[in-house]
Design a protein around this ligand. Structure first.
Ligand code: DC
Length: 227
């Protein structure tokens, strides 16, 4: 049954434009959208909420298996994230939740606990799955796979703009250093490292406007799937 529900995987490093592009593409297709990074962030947030030990893989895996996660979508706006019924949309985006997510994401039992939860998002008429290992591990049989890249400098600039919009000011050099450190951690970890699937189409988004990237991603889908 699952195999006939199409999945478009969109993987890439942070700041590559995955979130923005994936949401627009999902809205254009009328498909469901999975923000897998949000799941790791929810576990990081819930660990802080429960004062649980983020260095304990068994405790984190148990939390990943039991925490209630619901996405509430309103058109193509960023979905609201309910954690055990409480709106945690902003709380999961803090640097603290992100840092905890990055540590937790390197733990095999946590990734295992989230595997089926991610696959459950594969519902008709189709799914756009955004993350680091969507095309390699979670949906290896997806018929369409994209890997987005962008120069580290441009990714740091995008992050800077996002933070500025939230009224936060961060030094560009610090942002660039953090991005390079996170890239290295995501790419070098033993389980599900950040890398393109062998059958993924690589798209460099450096200096490419969002609507052009969206068109390129949509062009990856065969006409029979696009409908
Ligand atoms: O995309 P993001 O910044 O919201 O992701 C948060 C963390 O989760 C980041 O450190 C990478 C990790 N992650 C992962 O390991 N696998 C995924 N499929 C998605 C995110």
């Amino acid at each position: 049954m699952d195999a006939i529900i199409p999945v478009l995987t969109i993987d890439g490093p942070s700041g590559s434009g995955k979130g923005t592009i994936s949401r627009i593409v999902a809205a254009r297709l009328g498909w469901h959208y999975l923000d897998s990074g949000a799941l790791y962030r929810v576990v990081g947030y819930a660990a802080g909420r429960d004062r649980a030990d983020v260095a304990d893989p068994a405790a984190m895996a148990a939390l990943a298996a039991r925490v209630g996660i619901r996405f509430v979508t309103d058109r193509d706006a960023e979905p609201r994230v309910l954690v055990d019924g409480v709106d945690a949309t902003d709380a999961i985006r803090t640097e603290t939740a992100g840092a905890a997510a990055s540590v937790i994401a390197a733990m095999p039992p946590v990734r295992q606990a989230l595997l089926e939860r991610q696959r459950d998002f594969r519902q008709p008429p189709g799914l756009v799955a955004d993350g680091r290992d969507m095309g390699t591990v979670v949906f290896p049989d997806a018929p369409c796979k994209v890997f987005l890249t962008a120069s580290a400098g441009q990714r740091a600039q995008r992050r800077h703009k996002q933070l500025k919009e939230k009224g936060l000011s961060v030094n560009m050099a610090d942002l660039l250093r953090d991005i390079l450190a996170r890239d290295a951690r995501d790419a070098e970890r033993a389980v599900a490292p950040l890398k393109p699937a062998s059958d993924a189409v690589l798209i460099d988004t450096t200096d490419v406007p969002v609507d052009r990237v969206v068109e390129r991603v949509l062009a990856v889908l065969p006409a029979s799937i696009r409908g």
